[in-house]
Design a protein around this ligand. Structure first.
Ligand code: SF4
Length: 80
């Protein structure tokens, strides 16, 4: 799984995506559009720039997207 840290505070949870596992279903971009995008060419997941997973509302959306992804291609690594 590709490991990508968003540019938020140092202790912000790590958002991880695997473009290899992604099947381009688009659930993540629908649920958390400020965080996830889809590649125009093949529909696979992309992380947007500028969001912070430290934002409670975004974190909730990210958790929802992780649970909804049919390919298990997303993860959110939280300390607590
Ligand atoms: S929900 Fe999962 S399979 Fe669908 S685009 Fe996002 S990462 Fe890919």
């Amino acid at each position: 799984m590709q490991d990508i840290q968003d540019p938020g505070p140092a202790r912000a949870p790590l958002v991880m995506v695997s473009r290899e596992d992604c099947i381009a279903a688009g659930e993540c971009a629908r649920i958390a559009p400020a965080v996830f995008d889809q590649d125009d060419a093949d529909g696979t997941v992309l992380l947007r720039e500028g969001f912070t997973s430290a934002d409670p509302q975004l974190r909730k959306q990210i958790r929802h997207a992780v649970a909804a992804c049919p390919a298990g291609a997303l993860d959110l690594v939280e300390d607590d």
